[in-house]
Design a binder for this molecule. Structure first.
Ligand code: HMG
Ligand code: MG
Length: 285
């Protein structure tokens, strides 16, 4: 069987959009359960402005409260140096910077255009490299933007190349609002693969339109083997109107298995975590 990896996003991309203020203890319990599932990487939280994303204002508390399992990289989002300092103090194993393929989404999500956001990320990557902390990069709205419309594939390739040039070890390509189709994902990948090999790319699909698994297939066909997903299909993005959940980890794991890819995940633990995630969401309704 071939290998494929799921990078668990639930605690970060999942919980950043929940209306209910979820206690840190519940987030810690979710991460600790996920640590038993077989993931190599788990995105735990974000060191972003609490005014922008109040849901993750407890980032330091959550990072301090989790029980780290050996061999797992506990990742956090860092939009600027202030966020990086928080991540370093919290002993994050890796950090992620997040750029946009469209100007409209960049302004809504980071209060800066694409070029300015990349300028802000440069010192973050330099500091992380000096500290020996790997940096992952995201490109958002890779097929469709809620503000600017369809995203030209060349723009995604340009931003992905810029993140590579800054020093990101892997670039995750985000269909932030879940409007991508296998055809648009394929066209986007065709452009990005001119800049980066598939081993350095990941697919990050939201399932708003129910096409995430088809988009996983389009990515597999282009050689990608890493997919971001969230247990229980948690998720959304506060600055992406209409972004529903990330594609569910349990759905991607089953889908990959049916196509002959082993993820190394324990289905029983994933199911318990999905139940916990759904209960967290239901608690707010
Ligand atoms: P800004 O308002 O322009 O920032 O926001 P600023 O530098 O002018 O600072 C304003 C205030 O925020 C100051 O506090 C700063 O100290 C504070 P005040 O003096 O007013 O009390 N501040 C911070 N506090 C804590 N941590 C920080 C930080 N930075 C500044 N790191 C900023 C600019 C980038 C900070 C803001 O826009 C922000 O935090 N944005 C993050 C938004 C976000 O997290 N979005 C969701 C993640 S992206 C996503 O979900 C997509 C993804 O899943 C992939 C996909 O689906 O496509 C990754
Ligand atoms: Mg996302």
């Amino acid at each position: 069987m071939s290998r494929a990896e799921i990078f668990e996003m639930g605690p970060r991309d999942g919980l950043q959009n929940e209306k209910r203020r979820i206690p840190a203890a519940e987030k810690i319990a979710l991460v600790d359960l996920l640590s038993r599932a077989g993931f190599r990487r788990i995105e735990v939280t974000s060191f972003v402005s609490p005014k922008w994303v109040p849901q993750l204002a407890d980032a330091a508390e959550v990072m301090a409260g989790i029980t780290r399992a050996p061999g797992i990289s506990y990742a956090v989002l860092t939009p600027n140096m202030k966020g990086y300092e928080g991540a370093r103090a919290a002993r994050a194993d890796e950090v992620a910077i997040f750029a946009s393929a469209s100007e409209g989404f960049s302004r809504a999500n980071l209060n800066a255009g694409i070029a300015e956001s990349l300028e802000r990320f440069a010192p973050v990557v330099a500091a992380a490299r000096a500290d020996g902390i790997p940096v992952r990069g995201y490109v958002s709205v890779v097929t469709d933007c809620p503000y600017d419309g369809p995203t030209p594939p060349a723009n995604v390739a340009r931003v992905a190349a810029a993140l590579r040039d800054l020093g990101c070890y892997e670039i995750s390509l985000g269909d932030t609002i879940g409007q991508g189709r296998p055809e648009t994902v394929d066209a986007m990948l065709s452009a990005v693969l001119q800049e980066l090999p598939p081993e350095r790319l990941a697919g990050h699909f939201h399932d708003t339109a129910g096409r995430a698994l088809a988009n996983v297939d389009a990515s597999l066909a282009r050689g990608l083997r890493v997919f971001d997903a969230a247990v229980g299909g948690l998720g959304g993005c506060p600055y992406a109107p209409g972004a529903k959940g990330n594609v569910a980890t349990e759905a991607v794991a089953a889908h990959l298995a049916a196509r002959g890819y082993q993820t190394g995940l324990d289905p029983a633990v994933i199911d318990s975590a999905a139940m916990m995630a759904r209960a967290m969401r239901a608690g707010g309704e």
